[in-house]
Design a protein around this ligand. Structure first.
Ligand code: CP
Length: 308
């Protein structure tokens, strides 16, 4: 079985069958990761560059671990310590790296569309590890895997995405994926952080009251306020954000039902999520991180170069 696409630029470009294939392949690789020897030779002789122009903990390490578990050779690029700091362009950088017989590119960039631009100019498979405020496809896939693991199916599942929707590539990729797979979606947060076109473009519900979203949903996927992407203040203060939109144990207890808590990380504890919720019995945040390795193994495996 093959994906319908050569690159993974976004969930927007995947079919329902593509998503199912990735999730099924990830389930197989999760089985591999439970074994005493967590390694398979699937990508032996394949070389992958992890090209990170923006900070990352989970995604970069998860890709690197996935590559090692698949027996690929890996090289890592951090923009701050590279010749990009001397003015080298993205395309020059990538063409130079590929000339060293590198086969696949995993890429994070602060500019939305950077991997789409590269895909027009190079032959190697590109996997988007987050581009600006556009998409973070492997995050949405690992979120989907984690929800499927817990609930059996995404069909009819009620998922609330809560927080800074406007600046979140996780929100956009999740909305594409959840709608394609038949889940119901509600977005919640301050009016200044929810673009008005969303309701029509994605057929999602919108509320500015977090309690309403929590009362409606089975799963709350809680997002960080991305202050680094905000040129002007869009709410009064983090303290007031926490009071109006933060998720506390008291708020959850007042709803009186069990809600699965997710977060892509990094968490701003005490802002969007209190610690006793992030670390509580209904949180699957660390399972999301664990599942990220199997999901990224699946994506790398399915997009591997075919032998000449
Ligand atoms: N979820 C996520 O993208 O985390 P990092 O920024 O640490 O990779």
């Amino acid at each position: 079985m093959k994906l319908s696409t050569k690159h993974l630029l976004g969930i927007k470009h995947l079919s329902q069958e593509d998503i199912q294939l990735i999730l099924q392949t990830a389930a197989d690789f999760k089985g591999v990761l439970q074994r005493p020897v967590k390694k398979v030779p699937s990508l032996r002789d394949v070389t992958i560059v992890n090209l990170f122009y923006e900070n990352s903990t989970r995604t970069r390490m998860s890709f690197e671990l996935a590559e090692k578990r698949l027996s690929a050779d890996t090289i890592n690029f951090a923009a701050s310590s590279s010749s990009a700091a001397k003015g080298e362009t993205l395309l020059d950088t990538v063409q130079n790296i590929l000339s060293m017989k590198v086969d696949m590119v995993v890429m994070r960039h602060s500019a939305s569309g950077a991997p789409h631009f590269l895909a027009k100019h190079i032959d190697a498979a590109i996997i988007n590890a987050g581009d600006g405020i556009n998409e973070h496809p492997t995050q949405a896939l690992l979120d989907a895997f984690s929800m499927t693991e817990k609930f059996g199916s995404l069909k009819g599942l009620r998922v609330a995405i809560i927080g800074d929707i406007m600046h979140s590539r996780v929100a956009l990729s999740n909305m594409y994926l959840l709608k394609k797979m038949g889940a119901e979606v509600m977005v919640a947060g301050p009016p200044t952080l929810i673009p008005t076109y969303l309701t029509e473009a994605f057929d999602v519900k919108v509320t500015y009251r977090v309690k309403e979203a929590l009362a409606w949903c089975d799963v709350a996927n809680v997002l960080r306020i991305q202050l680094e992407r905000q040129n002007q203040p869009l709410f009064s203060s983090l303290r007031e954000y926490n009071l109006a939109y933060g998720i506390s144990r008291t708020l959850l207890d007042s709803i009186g039902k069990s809600i699965t808590i997710m977060h892509p990380g990094p968490i701003n504890r005490g802002v969007e999520l209190d610690s006793d919720v992030a670390d509580g019995k209904d949180s699957i945040i660390l399972q999301q991180v664990e599942n990220g390795v199997a999901v990224r193994m699946a994506v790398l495996y399915l997009l591997r170069p075919t032998p000449q």
